[in-house]
Design a protein around this ligand. Sequence first.
Ligand code: CMC
Length: 421
Amino acid sequence: MTDSLTIRDNRTGEEHEIEIVDGTIRAADLKKVGGLATYDPGFVNTASCRSAVTFIDGDEGILEYRGYPIEQLAEHSTFLEVSYLLLNGELPTSDQLGQWTHDVTHHTFLHENIKGLMTGFRYDAHPMGMLMSSVSALSTFYPDASDIADPANRYLQTTRMIAKMPTIGAFAYRHSQGKPYVYPDNELSYCANFLSMLFKMSEPTYAADERLVKALEVLFILHADHEQNCSTNAVRSVGSSQVDPYSAVAAGIGALYGPLHGGANEAVLKMLRRIGSTDNIPGFIAGVKEGKEKLMGFGHRVYKNYDPRAKIIKKACDDVFEVTGINPLLEIALELEKIALEDEYFVSRKLYPNVDFYSGLIYEALQFPPEMFTVLFAIGRTPGWLAQWQELVVDKEQKIARPKQIYTGHRTRDFVPMGQR
Ligand code: CMC
């Protein structure tokens, strides 16, 4: 064997040969080395699956969906076309795209009882909590979704979920505003309809500025997938129990809610607002270097170079600000980035702006409150979650996710009666 690893176990003096395939060894093969296991909190160097959906080269700053560079997709494609690509592996023909667009458009409405469920939330409920609960509730409206072995059924549920996410997201937003929920307008494109459900008041048709619609398309495309990130791992992990896709995606939404993942852009805006002026940047950076806090929107587990999505978003900022006027926080963000990119602390740790550093500024310019930022991320990420879930469901190598542990607690102790503790 040439593609192999020889391990000498110094406890016993025994040597073991382990096969290397695709730059990995099978963790299960380590068992024969005296029952050895790997310890990898956060899965920093563990492949959990084989996937043909998304390729990332973190050192070079490359991101490709099904082999197509993100830059080309952001420039030439639409979110629904990219969703088709992620789910099916190939770009659609004109007929295929027509059918897909038709199918998604005709599933945008929600059962009235989902609306009823949403109106029951408190007036100040976080829209991510509302989104997570409503998506999970969809599993009770479509109990047939549990038949995950049937490809036609998977297609139906996938279409439903991509169609209904903007409706739920928009209802959650209107709820926080105390405004009536706006039903979908199926004459509009996916993104134009979303903006209509968010912002329409008494006008018969809400006509969003085309440049803003395009910016939203780009933002959704950039967020559509990112291989085995925290929320996708959650979807796969929960999906590995063979539960229905609504429950699996609800778990992904929960993971995305956290400030180290999808919640980071909300945290970036709060941070920029707190810094308040470029004069305060040196003091803030000094605090970060002393470990008092993190520079939110910087750093990435995979990218050790400028996040390619951040470059595209930075450009989209210009287009959006042309319509909405410049967000005053942009000046602070640009100066912060300039200083951080020259600072030894960030350079030596390869900390560059990630997708969240600029996305919040655009979202704010589009009039979204910070609580909605992660909802936008979730809508964009839905086709990626579902593409990964589909891949998992048909992958014969996959098993129910069940990591090992290193047990650090007590062993067999006798129960102590209450009076003797
Ligand atoms: N500000 C300051 N220091 C940082 C930062 C940051 N944003 N990120 C990492 N570091 C430091 C960290 O303290 C550590 O330093 P040391 O070696 O001295 O202990 C070193 O850099 C390596 O960091 P790490 O925590 O081991 O890296 P990780 O891969 O576990 O974490 C991360 C990745 C994204 C969670 C982290 O960089 C972070 O918390 N960034 C801020 C939150 C953020 O912007 N998240 C959005 C990620 S992109 C969108 C998404 O995919 O959800």
